[in-house]
Every structure is written in structure tokens, then in C-alpha cells.
Design a protein around this ligand. Structure first.
Ligand code: FAD
Ligand code: NAP
Length: 311
């Protein structure tokens, strides 16, 4: 039986693992199906992580985090957690390889996944010209024109990144003011390779058997067609909480209307022994530094909880 199972290997899960093992828990496993690091590894440039003076990529920022936690005893299993149930103080986790594991406590730190915009052609061409990750797929559009949809920090930052790769970037936003931070908006507005298209909504993406060839926009002036081979969607993110649903599709702990896990200031959920940290929780600032801090708080609380349960 595990003292603590951590679900997710982003900043929150990794820091939870560091604090739990360094704090003395002996049997702690972090379940993360991919390489640890989380969604920030998709970002090309980070400039707001404290103490990090040079602008670096998300991959570089996260490189040492798993090593640091593992040196105190955190184990990483490359498996997805499919479900979590609790009976008589024991949690049972079903894993993607069909095995099961029992744990005294659980920290869920599964973050969020990119949201889809749901316009005609999107499903058909997803992965064939439509992408949600510029760092992953941007290179395919070297010296070509691309369209990027969204008005938050992600869309703005990724448009700046793609301006260094593509020949031209159309940044399409459905309103006339951006949601992202003013300094990033200013950089976008001053970038000659970015054409900002405001008050415009994607109507349809079209293409051929090779992939996307263009995007139709709805604008106040009527339809506008952009002949682009690449369309990037940055229209927000949804929390990843499916593993917290039981067989009847009810959540095992309280969540809000967006599916974010309700926690108190110590990351306790409504289910004793289950903690939540990072982007998945209510009121998250959705920043690496905040996810990391949540992970430490959740782990310290799990330590206390396990100590009491073990007597
Ligand atoms: P995540 O990083 O989302 O990690 C969750 C992990 O859980 C993932 O690795 C996932 O594979 C795993 N997981 C999911 N489901 C399961 C399951 N069922 N079983 C096991 N594992 C599972 N923040 C900043 O502070 N500065 C920035 O400059 C910045 N730039 C960003 C740029 C981009 C493009 C994006 C997308 C985000 C950016 N953010 C930035 C936000 C930041 O990345 C997040 O706030 C942070 O990563 C959240 O950490 P987390 O650990 O809560 O979740
Ligand atoms: P976001 O802030 O939720 O922005 C999503 C954008 O997509 C919004 O501009 C929204 O328009 C638009 N949108 C939503 N649905 C759409 C649709 N169907 N069609 C067209 N447009 C649509 O998401 P995000 O940019 O991914 O950021 C998520 C969080 O991570 C934020 O808290 C952000 O601050 C944080 N983050 C931080 C950094 C950083 O610190 N440097 C970098 C990246 C992300 P409206 O504005 O009209 O709603």
C-alpha cells in the first residue's frame, strides 16, 4: 500500500512529490503517462518564474524538477490513472495498464488540457494542419503563413513565437480587446510579422487530403478567407478531472460548474485524504509558481494525514 499516490507530473505533482518524500513519506508514487514537466513544456519562452533571469523554454525550466524529487525517493510510473475510489479509508486507483494500486492518501494534480473551438472542419483536420501546440508543430510552417485563434496569454505568446518561424501570422480574436497581459499585447502589436484580426470568428477550415489549405472567418465586414496551411487553436483550457468520476459519472469530491476541484486553503478536497493542487483546483492563478506552491501545501497536509492514519 502506498502512503501517497500523486496523479500528474506537472509542476504541482512534482513539487508534491519533492515535499512528501523529503518530509519522510517512504512509499510515494507519481503517476504521469508522459515525461514529467506538464503543460509548461509546450511553452517556448518563460520569463516570470522567480529567480530565472534569462528567458528559457518550458522544457529547460522543468528539466531538473523530476531529478530533484527522485533523489529523495519519489517514484515515477508512466501510467495514466483511470479512476479513484475510496472505501474504509483506503483509496484504490485503477491504472491504464489495467492494474490497481491502493493508497492511504492521494494528491490530484492533473492540470488542464487545450480546449477545442468546435467549428466545421476542426475535427476532420485536427492533427493535419490544426494544432494546439506551436512549440510542437510550429516548425512544419517554417516560412509559411499561419492563423492563430485566441486572445489570451497563450495565443499572444505563441503568436510571438510563430512570428520567428512563419512568414506571417494572422492572430484572430473574437473581441476587440485581448484577455492576455498588456505587455505581451504591446509586443504583438509592434511585431510586423503579425496581423491582428479582431472581432473575427473562425467559421470553417477547409483543405484536401494532404491537410488544411485555408480558413474562413466571420468578420463584421463579411466573410474573409485566409489561405493558410496551418491553424493553431489557443482558446483556453479545460481541467482534466475524468479520473475523479465514479461508475455513475458522479464526482467523488465537490467540483464547481467548470469541473474545478473545490479545495480549502490547505488543498483539502471534500473527500478526506484526497488533496488537489495546481490548475485543477478552483481559483487557480494558472501559473507554474502557484502550481508548485499548491503541490508543497498539499504534500505537507498529506504528510500530517498519513501520520494520523498510521497512528
Ligand atoms: P499541468 O502542468 O497541466 O500538469 C498536469 C500533468 O498531469 C500533465 O503532465 C498530464 O500528463 C498529467 N495527467 C493528466 N491526467 C492524468 C491522469 N489521469 N493520470 C496521470 N497523469 C495525468 N505559467 C507561467 O507561470 N508562466 C508562463 O510563462 C506560462 N506559459 C504558458 C504557456 C503555455 C503554452 C501554456 C499551455 C501554459 C503556460 N503557463 C504559464 C501555465 C502553466 O503551464 C500551468 O499553470 C502549470 O503547468 C500548471 O501545473 P499543474 O501541475 O497544475 O498542471
Ligand atoms: P484564456 O486566458 O482562457 O484565453 C482563451 C482565449 O480564447 C480568450 O481570448 C477567448 O476569448 C478565446 N476563445 C475561447 N473560446 C473561443 C472560441 N470558441 N472561438 C474563438 N475564441 C475563443 O486561455 P489561455 O490563453 O490558454 O490561458 C490560460 C491560463 O494560463 C490563463 O490564466 C493565463 O493567464 C495562463 N497563462 C499564463 C501565461 C504567462 O503567465 N505568461 C502564459 C500562458 C497562459 P474571450 O477573451 O472573448 O473570452
Amino acid at each position: 500500500m502506498l502512503d501517497l499516490a500523486i496523479i500528474g507530473g506537472g509542476p504541482a505533482g512534482l513539487v508534491a512529490g519533492l515535499y512528501a518524500t523529503r518530509g519522510g513519506l517512504k512509499n510515494v508514487v507519481m503517476y504521469e503517462p508522459g515525461m514529467p514537466g506538464g503543460q509548461i513544456t509546450q511553452s517556448s519562452e518563460i520569463e516570470n518564474y522567480p529567480g530565472q533571469l534569462e528567458v528559457i523554454s518550458g522544457l529547460d525550466l522543468m528539466e531538473k524538477w523530476p531529478k530533484q524529487a527522485q533523489q529523495f525517493g519519489l517514484k515515477h510510473e508512466m501510467k495514466e490513472v483511470i479512476s479513484v475510489t475510496k472505501k474504509a479509508d483506503i483509496f484504490t486507483l485503477k491504472l491504464s495498464d489495467k492494474s490497481e494500486v491502493e493508497a492511504l492518501s492521494v494528491i490530484v494534480a492533473t492540470g488542464s488540457v487545450p480546449r477545442r473551438a468546435h467549428f466545421p472542419g476542426e475535427d476532420e483536420f485536427f492533427g493535419r494542419g490544426i494544432s494546439t501546440c506551436a512549440t510542437c508543430d510550429g516548425f512544419f510552417y517554417k516560412e509559411k503563413e499561419v492563423a492563430m485563434i485566441g486572445g489570451g496569454d497563450t495565443a499572444l505568446e505563441e503568436a510571438l513565437y510563430m512570428a520567428n518561424v512563419a512568414s506571417k501570422v494572422y492572430l484572430i480574436h473574437r473581441r476587440d480587446t485581448f484577455r492576455g497581459s498588456p505587455t505581451t499585447v504591446e509586443k504583438v502589436m509592434n511585431n510586423k510579422k503579425i496581423e491582428v484580426v479582431l472581432n473575427a470568428k473562425p467559421k470553417e477550415v477547409f483543405g484536401d487530403k494532404m491537410g488544411v489549405t485555408g480558413l474562413i472567418l466571420d468578420t463584421p465586414e463579411g466573410e474573409r478567407v485566409l489561405d493558410v496551411p496551418g491553424v493553431f487553436l489557443f482558446v483556453g483550457r479545460d481541467v482534466k478531472n475524468d479520473m475523479l468520476k465514479d461508475a455513475e459519472e458522479n464526482f467523488i469530491c465537490d467540483v464547481n460548474e467548470s469541473g474545478e476541484v473545490i479545495v480549502d486553503l490547505k488543498m483539502h478536497t471534500s473527500l478526506e485524504g484526497l488533496f488537489a493542487a495546481g490548475d485543477i483546483r478552483i481559483e487557480s492563478a494558472k501559473q507554474v509558481v502557484c502550481a508548485a506552491a499548491d503541490g508543497s501545501v498539499a504534500a505537507l497536509e498529506a504528510l500530517l494525514y498519513v501520520e494520523v492514519k498510521k497512528g
